[in-house]
Design a protein around this ligand. Structure first.
Ligand SMILES: Nc1nc2c(c(=O)[nH]1)N[C@H]1C(S)=C(S)[C@@H](COP(=O)(O)OP(=O)(O)OC[C@H]3O[C@@H](n4cnc5c(=O)[nH]c(N)nc54)[C@H](O)[C@@H]3O)O[C@H]1N2
Ligand SMILES: Nc1nc2c(c(=O)[nH]1)N[C@H]1C(S)=C(S)[C@@H](COP(=O)(O)OP(=O)(O)OC[C@H]3O[C@@H](n4cnc5c(=O)[nH]c(N)nc54)[C@H](O)[C@@H]3O)O[C@H]1N2
Ligand SMILES: [Mo]
Length: 735
């Protein structure tokens, strides 16, 4: 460090769910270097994306001025305009469209690109709410299947132990979980510690992930979407060998007998044996039997049912089945065990999770009289189900549009059964790369009357906008965030905003003014931050200076410890006050694809779908190692890590005459791309993986050359609203 250099410690919050600690070296107003945590354990060391931030901030492609479109939508031709003109245009279009078609015709689509406390997508939503309202989308793309299953089973939406509890596990089952890639600052490190302490790891995943490669004793590949069949067969083994913890089931659960009847075949005549599951999943029956015995007898054991398998056509069933296995083995509420949830990305057991996030949204007039969807799970009287539970219920207003159906809703509107016709879009982030069925997205974006997009870069989505607003990164304003430590971080402004970039609060204030709103905001940035984080840190000024506050816990956090140790005084917030293996609430809804007990239901576009004759490979779209979704895709340093490619098994490649590195066509009825093949033994035959988030880059024939997975994905959510990212069929050919 030279004398002119300043070193500022701060947190990141770029959407992985963690928050790496960054030590930022600044010289004369310019960031020259970024290092990471060298302080107290648990250290929150930076991921590759965090270490590359300098290249992102100073990228020659950063958007520095407001822009207005001058070419066709999608063409990418823009002209610089003033903030005044940009905000005036958005306000004018909002008023015109809300008047002509009603405020519900304005779709507001926030993004998770930046998960900070103050500067986030709430600022503009508040302005629209105060001006007359707008339609917002619903469905947590990360884990709606899990949220729904948890609400049905446990009555709330978080059921993970803190990662530092893994050292107490003797067995860890990584069920579709890959935390060395999905950084979440600290989870992977906790796993290595558990391994050193003697835990065995088993991975159940169509891919041999980096995490499984370094940690697992055994990799059990299976066909995507068949997990529930395997879990039912494990239950069959546990029941027939009488390995279940009957006392636990009798004390803490309801409905095991109905589940048992279904598993044994007394309900539908089909015994859910390992052999039955082998035919569905591709996992040999003996392997399933062995896994069942191990999980039932090695205690404590943590079954970590991650979100990838839940991001699928029958996502809820996967998570519900995992919770039943956790209950059958009596692993819930004890150190080293687990209720089937994940080490939380900085939420559970972190005092910061109690914090509000930023500006109040205010009431949205468009939602005022909207009834709840009939599939909403309403927490019992007097219990909110926690913030997540309330949010999940609020999400299920009929007036909202499920994320996966946005493009369909725009194209069909009222005629298609949606609550409104949609004419204006205000977007944060890169929607078309991130939501399913990109070609439909393009049609939809061409059909609306007005689009505004807030961004850092001219993304494939921004190219369709009429007005693009340049937003400051979190290095260019003050904010705070929470992380996985558990910790809370201050995100100090280390440089002035580049060009004319503005913070979210400034954009909200500017837009509110143009919309003629009074009383939009009564606090400065500093006042907001003090109000938001002040209550949980011992000394706010010291916290700002230190950049990070790590909460000390007397012991690792264990989900449902109180409910298990003292059930009388700590009921589960479900109607029965117990863990609901059979849910009467689900039974009453009478939705065939959401049965009262978890069941195996054959998904659409599975290997057994007649469509598989034409498109025989199951596509999964894992989260990328060198990007945060679509963020960082455009950075040269990160591109060096690995090329965007389709992962295909050696057997499938050989059958198609494909060699490693060859350019291949990946296609189905929805779209087509040409990208390199990564031929490997690390993926199950019959399955291909295209990591999500690559930027769509069409050639002159409209064929994507960027490798954007959502060119191929089907835009049909699960019955419970889960994002369907891992349920699509494709074919691959040499290009
Ligand atoms: N580097 C990086 N880290 C990230 C993100 C990122 O984009 N990049 N995104 C962050 C976000 S927002 C989220 S929500 C989380 C996502 O975290 P996850 O949902 O856990 O991530 P995925 O890669 O989608 O899925 C995990 C694993 O599930 C496997 N899988 C897919 N389908 C199936 C199936 O049917 N059965 C089984 N058993 N396994 C299956 C995949 O092969 C993958 O290895 O990651 C966070 N962390
Ligand atoms: N096929 C497939 N699709 C998926 C998934 C999958 O597994 N498979 N995963 C889904 C999941 S779990 C998630 S969470 C979503 C994520 O989808 P998004 O939330 O849309 O993803 P990001 O790419 O993280 O962020 C979007 C944009 O926000 C911008 N951005 C970042 N910070 C800021 C800021 O401060 N202000 C503004 N205005 N913009 C900012 C970035 O430049 C980026 O373009 O993707 C989903 N899409
Ligand atoms: Mo996510």
């Amino acid at each position: 460090m030279t004398s002119k250099e300043q070193v500022i410690t701060m947190g990141c919050r770029s959407h992985c769910g963690g928050s790496c600690v960054l030590k930022v070296y600044v010289r004369e107003g310019v960031i020259v270097h970024i290092e990471t945590d060298d302080q107290d354990e648990p250290q929150l060391r930076a991921c590759p994306m965090c270490r590359s931030y300098r290249q992102r901030i100073y990228s020659p492609d950063r958007l520095l001025y407001p822009l207005k479109r001058v070419g066709e939508r999608g063409e990418g031709k823009f002209e610089r305009i003033s903030w005044d003109e940009a905000l005036e245009t958005i306000a004018r279009e909002y008023r015109r469209i809300a008047e002509a078609y009603g405020p519900a015709s304005v779709l507001y689509l926030g993004a998770g690109g930046d998960l900070s406390f103050l500067h986030n997508s709430r600022t503009v939503q508040r302005a629209f709410n105060m001006a007359g309202g707008c339609t917002v989308s619903w469905g947590n793309p990360s884990r709606e299947g899990e949220v729904y299953a948890m609400l049905a089973t446990y009555g709330l939406t978080e059921a993970g132990h803190s990662a530092d509890d893994l050292v107490n596990s003797k067995l860890v089952i990584l069920w579709g979980m890959n935390p060395t890639t999905h950084h979440r600052s600290g989870t992977a490190l906790a796993m290595f510690r558990a391994k050193e302490a003697g835990a065995r790891f088993i991975a159940v995943d169509p891919r041999l992930t980096d995490t499984a490669g370094v940690l697992a004793d055994r990799w059990i590949p299976l066909r995507p979407g068949t997990d529930v069949a395997v879990m039912l067969a494990m239950a069959y083994m546990i029941i027939t060998e009488e390995l279940q913890d009957q006392k636990f089931l009798d004390t803490y659960t309801v409905g095991f007998d109905q589940f048992k009847a279904y598993v044994l075949g007394n309900e539908d005549g089909v015994a859910k044996t390992p052999r039955w599951a082998e035919a569905i999943s591709g996992i040999p029956a003996q392997t399933i039997a062995k896994l069942a015995r191990e999980y039932a007898t090695i205690k404590p054991a943590a079954l970590l049912a991650s979100w990838g398998p839940g991001r699928s056509a029958m996502g809820e069933q996967f998570h519900r089945a995992a919770y039943v296995l956790a209950a059958m083995t009596g692993n819930i509420g004890m150190h080293g065990g687990g209720a089937g949830g994940l080490p939380p990305p900085g939420l559970t057991g972190n005092p910061a999770r109690l914090l509000g996030t930023g500006l109040p949204l205010g009431d949205n007039p468009v939602e005022a009289d909207s009834p709840l969807r009939s599939d909403a799970i309403i927490p019992p009287e007097g219990y909110g189900g926690g913030a997540g539970g309330r949010a999940s219920v609020a999400a299920r207003l009929t007036v909202k549009v499920n994320h996966s159906l946005i493009w369909d809703a725009i194209l069909k509107g009222r005629a298609g059964g949606y609550a409104s016709d949609y004419k204006m879009l205000y977007m944060m982030g890169n929607r078309i790369t991130q939501y399913p069925n990109l070609n439909k997205a393009i049609q939809a974006l061409k059909s609306v009357e007005f689009i505004a997009n807030e961004e850092h870069f001219m993304t494939p989505t921004a190219k369709f906008a009429d007005i693009v607003l340049p937003t400051a990164t979190f290095f260019e304003r003050n904010d705070a965030t929470q992380g996985a430590g558990p910790h809370v971080s201050f995100m100090k402004k280390v440089i002035d905003p580049l060009g004319e970039c503005r913070s979210h609060l400034e954009i909200g204030i500017g837009l509110a003014q143009k919309l003629g709103i009074v009383n939009y905001n009564d606090k400065t940035e500093e006042e907001w931050l003090k109000a938001l984080v002040g209550p949980v840190v011992p000394d706010y000024e010291q916290f700002k200076e230190a950049g990070v506050h790590k909460f000390k816990r007397p012991e690792p956090y264990v989900a449902f410890k109180e409910q298990i140790q003292d059930p009388k005084n700590n009921p589960f917030p479900t109607p029965s006050a117990k863990i609901e293996i059979h849910s009467q609430r689900l039974a009453d809804m009478n939705i065939p694809m959401i049965p009262a007990i978890p069941k195996y239901i054959e998904p659409w576009e599975s290997s057994k779908d007649p469509l598989a004759k034409k498109y025989p490979l199951q596509l999964i779209t894992s989260h990328p190692k060198r990007r945060m979704h679509s963020q960082f895709d455009n950075l040269p340093w990160l591109r060096e890590i690995e090329p965007q490619a389709v992962m295909i098994s050696t057997a499938d490649a050989e059958a198609r005459g494909i060699n490693n590195g060859d350019l291949v066509r990946v296609f189905n009825q929805r779209g087509e791309m040409i990208i390199p093949a990564s031929v490997t033994g690390r993926i199950m035959p019959g399955v291909v993986d295209i990591p999500e988030g690559a930027w769509y880059d069409p050639d002159e024939h409209g064929i994507d050359r960027g490798g954007c997975a959502n060119v191929l994905t089907r835009d049909q959510p699960s019955a419970g609203g889960a994002f369907p990212a891992n349920t699509s069929l494709v074919e691959v050919q040499k290009a």
